[in-house]
Write a protein that binds this ligand. Structure first.
Ligand code: FAD
Length: 305
């Protein structure tokens, strides 16, 4: 498990289920603290049975289990987050910096700032025990706009209660591997149809290993489907990975201008005449919604063999 953990909180929006926005703010802090202290960070999704998902006792126990070997664990200071982290702190027998609004890093260690007496006093808190536990108020920190990737899946089981069962802990790491740093770049274009389909590319990235990351064409970031930092091309990032996998990207000259440094270009497009095939080393003519999952499965099977 990662040294710095951000605990995700699932929420239901009008548009469907998602992650509480404070998660991205915590990812910003995790990424910043990781860079300044040399730790690895991950965003942790605790998958509990539906009935226990909002049960603070079960959630707190799951966090305590998952974070025993961590250095710093953070969650949003939401009503659930405050409750859950207090329980985790009790189980781990460590103090908790609750309801923080800021942090600083000095001599490789974070200091947490908490308002007291209705905000009249600001207190700086340093935690001596490990793991350090902290909750942060939503909207206190900027949001992280990097890419989070699934690094590993860990099955945990609660030793103390037969009722609580943590099925899967999926660690998504954002070791801030930007598009220009990655060895393998999986890129999606308008052929992805919308922002909700990106999980198939994320799964492909996850099986390709920690040196792989996501990118996109400009219309995708213009539409807000993906962060602007992922857009490659003439007006975006110019990249030179070992492998560039273009999924549902036509291959307009402005896009190709940003990927010509790639050592190997693989294109997946259902239009055999798409210009991307002119610059591709390998081309797959087909529906990306069939080809990408099949590719992911094949790579996973290869890795397991
Ligand atoms: C000044 C200027 C600067 C620009 N700079 C950039 C830039 O930096 N980067 C950039 O990317 N663009 C840039 N553009 C935009 C560029 O011209 C193209 O419009 C853009 O690259 C097209 O993006 P796309 O390939 O995702 O979408 P489209 O051109 O719409 O292509 C979508 C592709 O997906 C395929 N597809 C659809 N469904 C499926 C499916 N199910 N399975 C497989 N394939 C499918 C289609 O066959 C099609 O080829 C710039 C434009 C201008 C004018």
């Amino acid at each position: 498990m990662a040294e710095i953990l951000v605990i995700e909180e699932a929420v239901t929006f009008a548009a469907g289920d998602g992650t509480h926005p404070v998660t991205r703010e915590l990812c910003h802090a995790a990424d910043d603290i990781a860079r300044r202290t040399g730790h690895e960070w991950a965003s942790l999704e605790v998958a509990l049975p539906e009935a226990l998902l909002r049960d603070p006792a079960a959630f707190g126990e799951a966090i305590a289990e998952a974070s025993r070997d961590s250095w710093l664990v953070m969650m949003g200071s939401t009503s659930l987050g405050r409750d859950v982290m207090a329980r985790a702190a009790g189980l781990l027998q460590v103090p908790l910096a609750q309801d923080c609004t800021a942090y600083s890093v000095t001599d490789g260690s974070p200091t947490f700032t908490r308002p007291l007496y209705g905000g009249k006093v600001l207190v700086d808190v340093q935690l001596k025990s490990r793991p350090m536990l902290a909750t942060f108020r939503p909207r206190a920190l900027p949001a992280f706009d990097g890419v989070a990737r699934v690094l590993k899946h860990v099955a945990c089981r609660s030793p103390t209660s037969p009722v609580v069962q943590v099925d899967v802990c999926a660690a998504r790491v954002g070791r801030t591997l930007g598009v220009t740093e990655a060895d393998v770049v999986v890129s999606g274009g308008r052929g992805m149809v919308g922002p909700d389909n990106w999980h198939i590319l994320e799964e492909l990235v996850s099986v390709l290993g920690p040196r792989a990351t996501l990118a996109c064409s400009r219309p995708v970031s213009d539409e807000g489907w993906r962060p602007r930092a992922e857009h490659v091309g003439q007006t975006g990032q110019a990249i030179a990975p070992d492998v560039y996998i273009a999924c549902g990207i036509s291959g307009a000259i402005q896009h190709v201008a940003g990927i010509t440094g790639s050592k190997c270009i693989i294109a997946i497009n259902r239009d055999a005449d798409a210009p991307i095939f002119k610059v591709a080393d390998y081309g797959i003519v087909g529906d990306l919604f069939e080809v990408v999952p099949a590719l992911t499965q094949a790579i996973r099977a290869f890795g397991d063999s």
